[in-house]
Each structure stands twice: as C-alpha cells, then as structure tokens.
Design a protein around this ligand. Structure first.
Ligand SMILES: C[S@@+](CC[C@H](N)C(=O)[O-])C[C@H]1O[C@@H](n2cnc3c(N)ncnc32)[C@H](O)[C@@H]1O
Length: 272
C-alpha cells in the first residue's frame, strides 16, 4: 500500500472536482427522506464540539452549524475542497484545516463527536486514523461514519458493464491506485480495529440506501464523478458518456427516470 501515491491521487482528483461528492449525494435521499449527511447529523444531536473527518466542501458541517452553540472543525487533504467549505457563511467560525486524518492537529479530548461521510474507506493506515480519533475524542465521545458499500440499480449495472472496456484503453500511468485500507469495507475487521483503538461501546451498524435515480443526464453526472474515471482523458470520458446514454435510453422509456441507488454502511460507536 503506497500511502503517498493514494493521497496524491486524492488531492489531484479533488483539485479538479472539489465538490464532486456533494454534487452526487446532497440530494440523494434514503427512506424517511433524509440524505446520508442528515443521517450523520442526527446521530450527533446534543454533541457540542464536533469534528468532520474528510469534510470535503463542508456540507455536513453546514448542517451541523444549524444547531446554535456548536464548535465545529473539519479536516481534509484537499485545499480546493476546504476553500469551498470556507465560503459557506455558516462555517465562518469553524476550524477548517488541511491535514491528514492520520495526524490530527487537535489537542487530546478536543471533541465530543466525530462524523465522517464517505471518507474513512479512502484512508490508508486505518489503525493510525482510529488511534488519532480515539485521542481527540473526549471520554464518552461518539464516532459515526458512513462508509461506501457500493451502488445498485440499472445505472450501476450499466456502468459496471461499460467501465472495464473504457478503462482498458486508458494509459497505465493514469489508473486509480487502490485506495484506502480494505479493512474499512469489512464490518467485522473494522469493528475489531475500532475496538483495538479503544472504542469499547458495541459498534452499531445501519445500512442506509440513498436513491440517486433521475433523468439519465443527472445520473451520469453523479457516476462520472467516480474516482475510477480519472484514468480517462476528456475524449474517452465523453465517449463513455455517450455510450451510457444510448444504452440507458434503450432500457428507460422516453422521459423516464433511470434507477440508481447507493448503499452507505453507517458505523456508530462510543469512546469509554
Ligand atoms: C469522497 S470525498 C467525501 C467528502 C465529504 N465528506 C462529503 O461526503 O461530501 C472524501 C474526502 O476525504 C478526504 N480524505 C481522504 N483521505 C484523507 C486523509 N487521509 N486525511 C484527510 N482527508 C482525507 C478527501 O480529500 C476527500 O475530500
């Protein structure tokens, strides 16, 4: 696992697309009409000092800031995503810091809760990340993370069929490196890591499926923000987009939505 290669891929990708995740997920709602961001927001009700790990352009922090009296902080590798976060008026008092999750620039016991939306599974050296979270959370602190657990529906099926051929033509040097620590995607392994880092509360798991269905153009905009597609040059990406639309038109009727959903596995645990 080459941590530096992974992190430079992520910073390079987000330099060009600093709001890519919120563009795809801000409007994607689960049963009960909440977005994944709102699910995490609601997990930390009553917690005053909250850290967002891998905060991106700050949407989740903005939701958290709607509760008066909160002290908020966000860390991210991407200076461009952080600049967007800093433009949100609600975050004028938040500490938005360019830093690695593996080395958090905060004092011990600084937070009552940590949230993380679609970021933990991208982080290398997960033991180190969890040790840092354990350090910066105060006794009784809560950790709640939404981890990507894959997409479904016609759109993802189609995308999965088209992707291998599109990537086969991409230069090897542009391919996406394996990202993160694969134990983040295995609930048992992640539960063991979290326990080893000192989170003694029994981990709670919830699978939240968010609906990203819509007109094929909108679904494509969301899918085309996936890290895998960084390997394609603009012409190859445009060709893939055209093929996707042609194939989508063959399975949806005129004006019909294309079925697309994404699963978030939400882990919640407590510090002793
Ligand atoms: C898929 S984006 C999610 C952004 C945001 N949480 C959201 O859901 O809108 C993942 C974010 O995690 C950040 N990230 C990945 N690894 C990181 C690390 N080791 N330390 C800090 N940030 C990291 C990336 O820079 C990126 O902004």
């Amino acid at each position: 696992m080459n941590t530096q290669a992974q992190e430079s891929f992520l910073t390079g990708f987000h330099a060009g697309r600093p709001a890519v995740t919120t563009e795809a997920f801000a409007a994607a709602r689960a049963a009960g009409a909440r977005t994944g961001y709102e699910v995490l927001r609601d997990r930390v009700t009553g917690r005053r000092r909250v850290l967002d790990l891998g905060c991106g352009d700050g949407l989740l922090l903005e939701l958290l800031a709607a509760t008066p009296g909160r002290r908020l902080a966000g860390v991210d590798l991407s200076p461009q995503s952080l600049s967007l976060a800093r433009r949100r008026p609600a975050l004028s008092a938040a500490a938005l810091v360019e830093a690695r999750a593996q080395r958090l620039p905060f004092r011990t016991g600084a937070f009552d809760a940590c949230v993380s939306h679609l970021a933990l599974m991208l982080m290398a050296d997960l033991d180190q990340v969890l040790a840092e979270l354990s350090r910066v959370l105060a006794p009784g602190g809560l950790l709640t993370c939404a981890i990507g657990a894959g997409g479904g529906g016609t759109a993802y099926e189609l995308f999965g069929e088209l992707l291998p051929e599109a990537l086969a033509g991409a230069p090897a040097g542009r391919r996406m490196p394996a990202l993160g620590d694969r134990r983040a995607r295995d609930p048992e392994a992640l539960g063991a890591l979290v326990a080893a880092a000192g989170f003694t509360g029994e981990p709670e798991w919830e699978t939240v499926t968010v609906d990203m269905s819509g007109p094929p153009e909108r679904v494509w905009r969301a899918l085309s923000g996936m890290y895998d597609l960084a390997a394609l040059d603009p012409a190859a990406l445009a060709t893939l987009g055209r093929t996707f639309h042609t194939r989508a038109a063959a399975v949806t009727g005129e004006g019909e939505d294309l079925d697309c959903h994404f699963r978030l596995r939400v882990l919640t645990t407590r510090h002793p």
